[in-house]
Design a protein around this ligand. Structure first.
Ligand code: Z2T
Length: 830
């Protein structure tokens, strides 16, 4: 087997143990004999990090001195998950770590889990950013991830005794953080407020207050590439932390007011995944990290130059805007070019539009950020002037392209009227070269619906890059058993950096022995998950049941309510004897979902799921054949434990609403079968795995549109309720207090919505969903058939590696590639 070394020298387990002891003593002042597991974690992390530093420095040097354009991935979220195991894998130090830690008297697993999980993202968008920087480094593309180091990440979810969600602060930085290096000497001043003056025809911004942006650097090691990129997360500090005069007057709060105001900017991640609140602090966060990042890139690529030739900037770095959150970077670069470097408007606009590209992650109109011009002007007066000018010139351009004045009006970046609004998605579309959606269907709908006017007039701007997930974390680390079996089946482990190689498993789907072993892997993973669920949540999970999972943010369009109604319907039919408990396919239904704290309907759904779980799991009539589990605080760790153990994955959003989904990819690659609608990337997964290996149900985008046209959301859902006794019984049980100890008001918002509006057509898809579930049960009864299908899912989903996504971005959007290989960094031996 090919053995690949760490970026530099291979070291022995003994030497690695010495390094850990050394950091314990010299870094932390702890004698190895006194060390706690948390100490060992910090020492081991420090040791791994140190092994990566040479490659990190070399990668930066090659980036600045060479001709390869870099990528700057601007994202308000990076949902990284724990770092240690990933760093060990990518540095090639896992074996040494395991032995060294054991030698010190610790269990490697305990050391790994001593790391707090950084939750600096809401869900798919943030996790995608983390997968992308892993792939960029693994392919060897010079890249920066630029974002925010929030002091508090996504909230910790807990459930109260009524099954309701409540949120607790996620203070993930409570202990030493060995991964992030705070580089106080690379700080950037970020200004806010004030006003703009005219100085002989030049606009001069006199800001009112400023914040010190301090970078915290995280290493991003590529898998076997020898390259190490940077994730630079900014933290906000005050320039004048304390007002000593106020302090001496005894005004202690006023004395630190400045510090509080500054540090508030990076205090907390907004927990909204798709309903931006338009709050001033959020805009401060966005401008803060984007302004710091742009200045950082300029000084990186033009070191020590007062008057850089910024015409070359788009050849040095290309910035990807991860949704609209960093779009304020467009007027910021214009401001830098015009006000700081004296470029004329047209030159500045040419540079700017060649520097930025924009990825849209949604189809929900309410998720597109729109900022009141008033708010932007108050915080960033010069930027608002520039945005207005961009808008005016854009409108003039449109007038040369079309006579349709209504269309021009629809396309305005700044709306007209007394309270003008800035549409950030339009600013991003106008101010960059490419716009991409995140799955084929989504990109098509962006062109046909959401950004239709833009695609009519600028068809060449639009492209698609289907999302992907990193096989390092979500296959190799999460599912070591399956990874070993794949390596054995293919005779090589090179699939880890070229996931299309999984195709080589296709012939093995007809090898009964191999399929059997594939099934054994799943069974072992299920037993592991049962142990995990017992340890972490106190759940009793029966591994001899079908594991059926739905894990994603709680949202009406994702339709967790469809799943829970189907569970209730099944429960009712088991209780009434329509379904025979003795022949029923036993199932464990597992939910994982956080609701945005202000999203009442989502919170009610969580409460319902918890109470359905309580009632069904404790009903002796069911004999443990149907179980509902809702582990709280769904996060990356839980996903890594649950995905490899899952047999059936639920991707049941209303068609035309889920931009892509990425959980769907993680499950399919790990040998789960999908029950899903024709939405997002489900469409492409089904194309690849084969129609016969995917459980399709529900309306299509066109059928959904047709039903809206008939007036579905104006009261039609009631017909479905009246006409399907299974559905009627399920909804009646929710209404009559079966899951609320007799209280009929607990779920009244949900029930009212189902029967009067049901915008996402849960009721209309219910029948089809029940039918496909019966078919799933029949298929599951034939174990050989099921696992053959499962293996084909794994074999045919190599396309959904984030390495492939990045290759697509390189070719379609960024027009760049990897650095030349460095033989010293990438030493191979046999
Ligand atoms: C998010 O996670 C997604 C879209 C958003 O739109 C915001 C957030 Cl925080 C503004 C998700 C999509 O819902 C999902 O379909 C997609 O797979 C994911 O982004 C990554 O593209």
């Amino acid at each position: 087997m090919t053995q690949i070394t760490a970026p530099h020298e291979q070291i022995s387990a003994e030497a690695f143990a010495d390094e850990i002891r050394d950091y314990l003593l010299k870094g932390q002042g702890v004698k190895p004999a006194e060390a706690k597991v948390e100490d060992v974690y910090v020492a081991a992390a420090t040791a791994v990090r140190n092994h990566l530093l040479d490659a990190w420095a070399k990668t930066r040097e090659d980036m600045v001195s060479g001709n390869t354009k870099a990528v700057g991935y601007l994202s308000a979220e990076f949902l990284m998950g724990r770092q240690l195991r990933n760093a060990l894998l990518n540095a090639g130090l896992t074996e040494q770590f395991n032995k060294a830690v054991a030698e010190l008297g610790f269990d490697p697993h305990d050391v790994i889990t001593a790391e707090p999980e950084p939750g600096l993202g809401n869900g798919g968008l943030g996790r995608l950013a983390a997968c992308f920087i892993d792939s960029l480094a693994s392919i060897g593309v010079p890249a920066f991830g630029y974002g925010i180091q929030y002091q508090y990440g996504i909230f910790r979810q807990e459930f109260d005794d009524k099954g309701r969600q409540y949120e607790r602060a996620d203070y993930w930085l409570a202990n030493e953080n060995p991964w992030g290096h705070t580089d106080y000497n690379r700080d950037v001043r970020v200004n806010f407020g004030g006003h703009v003056e005219d100085n002989n025809g030049r606009r001069v911004w006199n800001p009112d207050w400023s914040v010190r942006a301090v970078p915290v650097d995280y290493l991003v090691p590529g898998y076997e590439s020898g390259r190490v990129n940077t994730l630079r997360l900014w933290t906000a500090k005050a320039y004048h932390e304390i007002d000593l005069r106020a302090f001496n007057r005894g005004e202690y709060y006023q004395a630190v007011e400045n510090q509080v105001k500054a540090e508030d900017i990076t205090k907390i991640l907004y927990p909204e995944d798709s309903t931006p609140q338009g709050k001033s602090l959020r805009l401060q966060q966005q401008y803060f990290f984007v302004a710091a990042s742009l200045h950082d890139a300029i000084r990186t690529f033009y070191p020590g130059q007062d008057k850089p030739d910024m015409a070359t900037f788009p050849n040095k770095i290309t910035f990807q805007l991860n949704d609209t959150h960093p779009v304020i970077g467009i007027p910021e670069l214009m401001r830098i070019l015009i006000d700081e470097y004296g470029y004329d408007w047209d030159t500045a606009w040419d540079i700017t539009t060649r520097t930025f590209n924009y990825t849209c992650h949604t189809l929900l109109p309410e998720a597109l950020e729109i900022w009141p011009a008033r708010l932007i002007r108050e915080l960033l007066p010069r930027h608002m002037e520039i945005i207005e000018q961009i808008n005016e010139r854009f409108v003039s351009l449109l007038q040369t392209l079309t006579d349709d004045s209504a269309k021009i009006d629809r396309m305005r970046i700044v709306t007209s009227g007394d309270d003008p609004q800035v549409r950030m998605a339009y600013l991003a579309t106008a101010g960059g070269t490419h716009v991409n959606g995140v799955a084929e269907l989504h990109s098509q709908l962006l062109k046909d619906v959401t950004l239709r006017d833009f695609s009519d007039l600028f068809p060449n701007k639009f492209t698609n890059v289907t999302n992907g997930v990193t096989p390092r974390r979500f296959v190799r680390l999460a599912n070591p058993r399956m990874s070993d079996l794949i390596t054995e089946g293919l005779g090589t482990d090179t699939w880890i950096s070229d996931l299309s190689k999984l195709e080589g498993l296709v012939p093995l789907a007809d090898d009964g022995e191999f399929v059997h072993r594939f099934a054994e892997v799943k069974r072992a993973n299920k037993r592991d998950f049962a142990g995990f669920a017992k340890e972490h949540y106190g759940f009793d999970v029966n591994p001899d049941t079908m594991f059926d999972s739905m894990i994603k943010r709680l949202h009406e369009y994702k339709r967790q309510s469809l799943k829970i109604l189907a569970v209730i319907a099944r429960y009712a039919s088991l209780k009434s004897g329509e379904t025979d408990v003795n022949t029923f396919t036993p199932r464990t239904v597992i939910f994982g979902a956080k609701a945005a704290p202000g999203y009442a309907m989502a919170k009610e759904t969580i409460q319902l799921i918890n109470n359905v779980s309580r009632v069904i799991n404790n009903d002796p009539d069911i004999q443990g054949k149907l179980n509902v589990l809702f582990p709280w605080n769904y996060n990356i760790e839980l996903s890594q434990n649950l995905i490899p153990a899952t047999e059936l994955d639920e991707q049941i959003s209303q068609a035309g609403k889920e931009a892509s989904g990425t959980g769907n990819m993680k499950f399919a690659i790990n040998g789960a079968l999908t029950v899903g609608t024709l939405d997002g990337a489900n469409v492409e997964i089904r194309e690849r795995v084969g129609y016969e290996n995917f459980f399709l149900f529900g309306m299509t985008v066109d059928e959904v549109e047709a039903l809206y046209a008939e007036g579905y959301d104006k009261g039609m859902s009631r017909q479905y309720y009246e006409n399907d006794p299974r559905l009627k019984r399920a909804i009646d049980m929710v209404a009559d207090g079966t899951f609320s100890e007799g209280d009929r008001s607990t779920y009244q918002n949900l029930v009212n919505d189902w029967l009067s509006k049901d915008y996402f057509m849960t009721l209309a898809d219910f029948g089809a969903y029940m039918d496909i579930q019966s078919e799933i049960e029949k298929t599951y009864a034939d174990e050989k058939k099921w696992f053959r299908m499962a293996l084909l899912n794994t074999a045919r989903t190599g396309y959904f590696s984030s390495d492939r996504s990045i290759e697509d971005y390189l070719e379609r959007v960024w027009m760049t590639g990897p650095l030349p290989e460095d033989p010293q960094l990438k030493a191979r031996e046999n």
